[in-house]
Design a binder for this molecule. Structure first.
Ligand SMILES: Cc1ncc(COP(=O)(O)O)c(C=O)c1O
Length: 375
């Protein structure tokens, strides 16, 4: 079997699971790691403790490899939002962001602006469909703008932003801050065009919570003050009886020692997608998304997600006239998805099976099309 086929064989989640954009059930290798590490930590043996601690460097190295950047620019974080907090609380000027972004961007930026006493402001944009395109960004640019914050893949619509084009739109002197929660591990792209990239392991990496990470480029480190730096951010031994400055590398953007068990899960989750090949994973996800689009079209359910492969990833947002009956039909059939507001979000992973897609199709059919659409 190829490494990719091995990866597919690890999907032992129950049929009907189409909620990967919300939560990724833990992979077998991550589960095995939890037990092994717990045993190592239980021994108290310094060599065993060191083995678990080694996973911190491994997680940074593997994240760096997937992002195509040096490992010294990586930090591990309790969650993606913590990475964004380090970025926004240390910035000045105006930051462009869509009002429709996940609250990890909107609320964190709002809080940081509030705390900055006028040094930082959000420049909210309301692009059509919530799609952060180069044109929408260009329209909002002026000399006050110091950064753009954007989700690589939008949690609501599944729209995939064009990172290279956004970088070109803002130019080399502004920071590009990217939330890659809905893309890293399932989308191959040139992430290195972004100065700050945050992500986590509890969805597509199947590694559970506590598994955030963030990259800070040289430009980011120049312009983002490590305001939230703690004693773990000094880059040396525990600073007892002294008050050293934050480290000059990315570790400045950390507070204290990470949860080693969480970081070990992250290292394994990252390693699994790296070994399987992100391009192969992306292709498999795209094929499942094609199948879901076909099912939606056949049942006359309007879709709010982009159809072009380059502009989407693993999210299909169904926008029926009447979402409640669709949502109920899915729940009754054991199909797990996310209903929020007027839409039902369906998200397959590479290992999603034909059985699961058939369950989706049958669930929609069983309830009758007229309940979802006005036509
Ligand atoms: C796009 C996006 N960013 C951030 C988050 C939250 O990340 P975290 O819990 O790691 O802070 C989510 C969670 O759904 C998300 O979809």
């Amino acid at each position: 079997m190829s490494a990719f086929e091995d990866f597919l064989a690890t999907f032992d989640v129950e049929p009907g699971y189409l909620n990967w954009a919300a939560n990724g059930p833990l992979s077998p290798s991550v589960r095995a790691e939890v037990f092994a590490d717990a045993d190592l930590l239980g021994s108290g043996r310094p060599s065993s403790l060191a083995l678990v601690a080694d996973r911190i460097a491994q997680a940074k190295e593997t994240a760096a490899e997937l992002l195509g950047v040096p490992a010294t620019e990586l930090t591990v974080q309790p969650s993606a939002t913590y990475g964004l907090m380090h970025a926004f609380f240390g910035l000045g000027g105006e930051v462009i962001a869509s009002r429709a972004e996940f609250p990890s961007i909107t609320l964190t930026l709002e809080r940081a602006a509030h705390a900055s006493h006028g040094e930082l402001a959000a420049r909210w944009i309301d692009p059509h469909g919530g799609h952060v395109t180069p044109d929408a960004v260009a329209d909002a640019l002026d000399d006050e703008v110091t950064a753009l914050a954007v989700s690589h893949v939008d949690f609501r619509t599944g729209f995939r932003a064009d990172l290279a084009a956004l970088r070109e739109a803002i130019g080399p002197d502004r920071l590009l801050i990217v939330d890659a929660v809905q893309s890293l591990g399932i989308v191959e792209d040139d992430y290195s065009v972004a100065d700050v990239v945050v992500g986590h392991g509890y969805k597509w990496l199947r590694a559970g919570r506590g598994t955030g990470f963030a990259r800070f480029s040289a430009a980011a480190r120049e312009r983002i003050a490590p305001v939230l730096s703690g004693f773990g951010g000094v880059g040396g031994p525990l600073p007892v009886d002294e008050l050293p400055a934050p480290a000059s590398d990315a570790s400045a953007y950390t507070v204290n020692g990470p949860d080693q068990l969480a970081v070990a899960r992250l290292a394994v989750g990252l390693g699994d997608v790296r070994d399987a090949g992100v391009a192969r994973i992306e292709q498999a996800v795209a094929e499942h998304v094609d199948a879901i689009l076909e099912i939606a079209d056949r049942h006359g359910i309007p879709v709010r997600s982009p159809r072009e492969r380059a502009r989407r990833a693993g999210i299909v947002t169904l926008a029926p006239e009447h979402p409640a009956p669709l949502s109920a039909a899915l729940v009754n059939a054991g199909v797990v998805a996310t209903t929020r507001g007027d839409a039902v979000r369906v998200a397959p992973h590479a290992g999603t099976t034909a059985d699961t897609l058939r369950m989706l199709d049958d669930a929609i059919a069983s309830a009758g099309n007229e309940k979802f659409t006005s036509a």
